[in-house]
Design a protein around this ligand. Structure first.
Ligand code: CAA
Length: 259
């Protein structure tokens, strides 16, 4: 897959996506968002991809937000359309994906950048990373799901404090408040994400997808309990369930087929 603003490659069933606009601190312009939408759709339908790592080029920024230069003259209607389109094609598409997405936060994750990281299922930050939603400094609010996903991750009090002050938090604080799962030295960032995806790769893929679906259902006003019951039932119909139980009885490692 050749893109103008992304590097992407699949190695051992992991899709590596690097947002590659280092001079603009990897800010999300329209073209980058459209390429991200494309690569996310590819990940969802490709049998070669079991999980995705998203990171930013260089060591300074993961993503420093939506591209401010692009929307400086927007009307209210255009702003609303920008947010709606982004939600549907990128941010919700990641969260609702059946493949596990990990954000490897290699520096500033601000505005739309933190929103991108928060739409991923797991976040790992490098020690020097700084995270925040500074939109109110521009006379805006977060528009790519930040008000909702930050509240889900850190609770109402911390979310309102971070959004209204626009203050960034360090990686260490982000870990303390549950905004990131792990903080590691920059050199270990991708390795830590690979370690998690390689563990998930050993598990039954349909069960992994069902688990993600049920957890996400708890966050979106859907009936998460009903989703869990339905997905639990569906698992019994899979070849992987039969393989998992046989392997347990035979005291061997299961060999899952994803069916
Ligand atoms: N959009 C467009 N360009 C950006 C950008 C952004 N979000 N963030 C950084 N850049 C560009 C700068 O304009 C600069 O380009 P030039 O060299 O051509 O001037 C280059 O990246 C380097 O940035 P700085 O010179 O500012 O670097 P710094 O080290 O002094 O500061 C920073 C780093 C604190 C991250 C600072 O760049 C910054 O505050 N960036 C903006 C962060 C922000 O407000 N993000 C929210 C965007 S709005 C949004 O995301 C809305 C939404 O929810 C949908």
């Amino acid at each position: 897959m050749a893109y103008q603003n992304l590097l992407s490659e699949v190695k051992e069933n992991i899709l590596y996506v690097t947002i590659n606009r280092e001079k603009a601190l990897n800010a999300l312009n329209k073209e980058t968002l459209s390429e991200l939408a494309d690569v996310i759709a590819y990940a969802e339908q490709s049998e070669d991809v079991s999980g995705v790592i998203i990171t930013g080029a260089g060591e300074k920024a993961f993503v420093a937000g939506a591209d401010i230069k692009e929307f400086s003259n927007y009307s209210g209607k255009q702003g609303e359309e920008l947010a709606r389109h982004g939600h549907e094609t990128v941010f919700n598409a990641i969260e609702n994906s059946s493949k596990l997405f990990i954000a490897a936060v290699n520096g500033f994750a601000l505005g739309g950048g933190l929103e991108l990281a928060m739409s991923c299922h797991i976040r790992i930050a490098a020690e020097h990373a700084k995270l925040g939603l500074p939109e109110v400094t521009l006379g805006l609010i977060p528009g790519y799901g930040g008000t909702q996903r930050l509240t889900q991750l850190v609770g109402k009090g911390k979310a309102i404090e971070m959004i209204t002050t626009a203050n960034m938090v360090t990686a260490a604080v982000a870990e303390q408040i549950g905004l990131v799962n792990y903080v590691v030295p920059q050199a270990e960032l991708i390795g830590k994400a690979e370690e998690i995806l390689n563990a998930v790769k050993q598990r039954a893929p349909l069960a992994v997808a069902a688990a993600i679906k049920a957890v996400i259902a708890s966050l979106n006003g859907d009936n998460g309990y009903a989703t869990e019951i339905e997905e639990f039932g569906k698992c019994f119909e899979t070849a992987d369930f039969k393989e998992g139980v046989s392997a347990f009885s035979e005291k061997r490692k299961p060999l899952f087929s994803g069916r």
